[in-house]
Design a protein around this ligand. Sequence first.
Ligand code: ADP
Ligand code: ADP
Ligand code: MG
Length: 461
Amino acid sequence: MTIRSILVANRGEIAVRIIRAARALGIHTVQVHSAADADMLAVKLADAAVDIGSPAPKKSYLNIAAVVDAAKAAGVDAVHPGYGFLSENADFADAVEAAGMVFIGPKGDAIRLLGDKVAAREVAAKAGVPTVPGSAGRLSTIEEARAVAERTGFPIMIKAAAGGGGRGIRIAADLADLERHFPQASAEALAAFGDGGLYLEKVITRARHVEVQILGDGQDFIHCFERECSLQRRRQKVWEEAPSFLLPADVRARLCESAVALARAVGYRGAGTVEYLYDEATREFYFIEVNTRIQVEHPVTEMITGIDLVEEMIRIAGGAPLSIRQADVAAEGHAIECRINAEDPARGFMPAPGTITRLVVPEGEGIRFDTMLYEGYTIPPFYDSLVGKLVVWAETREACLARLKGALEGLAIEGIPTTIPLHLALAADDSVRRGAFDTRFLEHWLETEFAARAGATAEVA
Ligand code: ADP
Ligand code: ADP
Ligand code: MG
């Protein structure tokens, strides 16, 4: 079917991004919003808007019945879930389709399969994709956990099968740690994700987080190269790049091919991301999970490939075959994304919502700012603190870093503290400039280099 209207079942910058893609395709947009979001940018940009409930996510953006009812009442052809919220909820995908509309993403069964991180490991292994050494399936007893740990060694990670967003992960340094954390982790996972299932993975030390963008239409499967997302705080990405600049060409080829093999193994439909850890010393990569949705950091891939991933996922959902063949996907230059959050990096990244008194957005070749902000907008305190993504492209990584510095200096968001100072410091840091960082780098850097900088600034003040 040709999709003529879409309900945007999300908020913030990604809702704005989806509306932009829909508009480019001539598609009518209906934006849902909670009572706290009536004046958000996406509501102003969409053709129509529907109030779906109270500010608490459970009462609005996570309320399947409310979202599906809004879509039915609006008479839309399709629903785009964005990221977070219901984007990886298989029951939601099923409910949308049961109501006669198209869910813009994979089928419910594929989300269910790949969203279970233990099942996904099995799918990956069967498709010949290397996984992190660890447990074979879900662990039900501490005895099983102990046996796995004795085989793989410590430190080991206890992970929730249903985890996501950097939550549901603990490290056990030794057996005593494992015995103490295991029951707690299970109880917490049950409370947080409604599923207490756990598995173990050996900790890959000095790993880089590298992930491959995939697209599939159920018949053909392609990759759009990889992203480097090692700069993380609390296992959440802060700064992302494409391509992963230090990856040897042969490793890149094997990595991207493995992601396509996984997509093919499940007959994947839509846009997705296959995440890996890469060990530079051994040149080995290990599968960690699949995200069956558009990813926060998708713009860096768009900048180097020229592919509009959101438009492509809408076309695929409408039943069209992939508009691009693998041979036509070419990567050019380098892109970096900085996540701009309404948080104060000098005060432990405390979320600090408030009113935007002034907004100046940098413009120019290779500069893109995906945002939910406008002057006079008051950020509600109920949701994720991401307010924008500054994305910069240039021919080389060095030129990209130079352009990024200018763009960050040209970006003025007044009225709230933001993470712009953090990104300026990162862009100036020697290790970051050399690309010498792994997934543990940022937290250590925040405690040392950044704390010293902040201390010096405070003294001057
Ligand atoms: P990405 O890989 O796209 O960066 P993240 O893991 O950062 O994805 O998650 C994207 C967004 O979705 C974040 O804003 C995060 O807060 C939210 N999110 C993802 N998974 C969960 C979850 N299980 N529970 C709550 N929020 C989640
Ligand atoms: P989520 O579903 O919350 O995104 P992931 O499994 O993708 O969880 O892991 C999030 C991050 O945690 C990774 O990007 C990486 O930094 C770290 N991590 C996960 N598994 C391992 C591992 N086995 N060894 C070392 N770091 C890991
Ligand atoms: Mg992940």
